[in-house]
Each structure stands twice: as C-alpha cells, then as structure tokens.
Design a protein around this ligand. Sequence first.
Ligand SMILES: Nc1nc2c(ncn2[C@H]2C[C@H](O)[C@@H](COP(=O)(O)OP(=O)(O)OP(=O)(O)O)O2)c(=O)[nH]1
Length: 181
Amino acid sequence: MIRLGSNSPTRALLLNKFNIDFIQNGGSFDEDSIITKNPKSFCYEATKGKFEELYKKYGIEDIPLLVADSVVTCNNILLRKAKNLKDARSMLELQSGNKTSVITCMIFKNKNIELIDISSTTYEFKKFNIEDMNKYISSGECMGKAGAIMVEGFCKPYIKKVRGYESTAMGLSVEKLLPYL
Ligand SMILES: Nc1nc2c(ncn2[C@H]2C[C@H](O)[C@@H](COP(=O)(O)OP(=O)(O)OP(=O)(O)O)O2)c(=O)[nH]1
C-alpha cells in the first residue's frame, strides 16, 4: 500500500492499471511560486514542493509516500496545464506537427529508500486535424493535463514517433517505480 500524494485522476488510473494498492491524498502546493522557467528544473521544484508539504502532513511511518509533477516542453517553451480553452488551443497549435516532450518527476520515499526520478517521453506529432482538435478542445478533455495533450486519447492517432514510456507522458513513470514496491 502506498500514499499517492496527488489530486490527479490520471495518476490514480495509472496505479490502478499496474495493480498497485494506494490511498490518494492530494496537496495544495502553489506551483506559481516557482521562479525558474527551465522545464526540468520547474518540474523538479514542483515535485519537491509537493513532497515537502505532504511529507510534513503524513510522514512515511505508516505507508510510503509518492508524489509527482509533469510539464511539457515544446520549442524550449515550458507548457503547464492550460489556464483556459484559449490557452489550451495555443498549446495544441504549437505542438501540432511538432516535436514535444513530457517531463515527469517522481519522489517516492519509504523507510529504506528515497527515489527521485526525472524521466521524459518525446513525441513527434503529425499535424492535428482542425475539426478533431476543435472537438477535443470543446470537450474540455484538454484541461488539467500538462501541455493540454492526452497521449492515450486525442494525440494517439497523430503519433509519428515516440521515445519513452507512455506512463511518463501521462504523469507517473510507473515502470521506474515498480522495482521499489
Ligand atoms: N490523461 C492524461 N493526463 C495527462 C497527460 N499528460 C499529463 N497529464 C496529467 C497528469 C497530471 O494530472 C497533469 C499534470 O499536472 P500536475 O503534474 O501539476 O498534476 P496535477 O495538478 O494534476 O495533480 P497533483 O499536482 O499531483 O495533485 O496532467 C496525458 O497525456 N493524459
């Protein structure tokens, strides 16, 4: 049993998919407090902030703690979760027919180890079909996802090339975590 220190439904879905028993307690770390715009540093700072908040609140005496953060970088621009549908559209237009990477940082701590993992999955997308993209945006599924992309959904038919785990792109590099559970 582990504590998933996250509000993310996708992270819960991933742990379920890998049959990992967990309870879910999200935090309220303010990612807007992070100064750096470097995608990898931002992702690490956000994960560290989330970990410190929840480690203070729950500790690891009873069960291990897992937190994570994901960001997207395209054309060296840091893309977080879209603020609104207009923001989501511009993120998607940037990534259409382009190369984009999802960076996921995880911190996992139990009584014996502390794992800090930063992984990325890089995609080369074909150009998104406009009608398809409009439908995706108006569905609202683009919200709450780093870079407004959904690799297992909207983006799937447009994947030309991929390097890295799909789980990393969805927000939790579970394959990297398994050896420690
Ligand atoms: N379903 C899906 N979700 C994705 C994908 N890429 C990123 N995400 C989700 C995972 C995270 O919930 C979210 C990235 O935002 P954060 O890392 O800040 O996490 P979030 O605020 O959702 O929850 P947390 O900070 O862990 O409480 O985007 C994807 O391709 N598919």
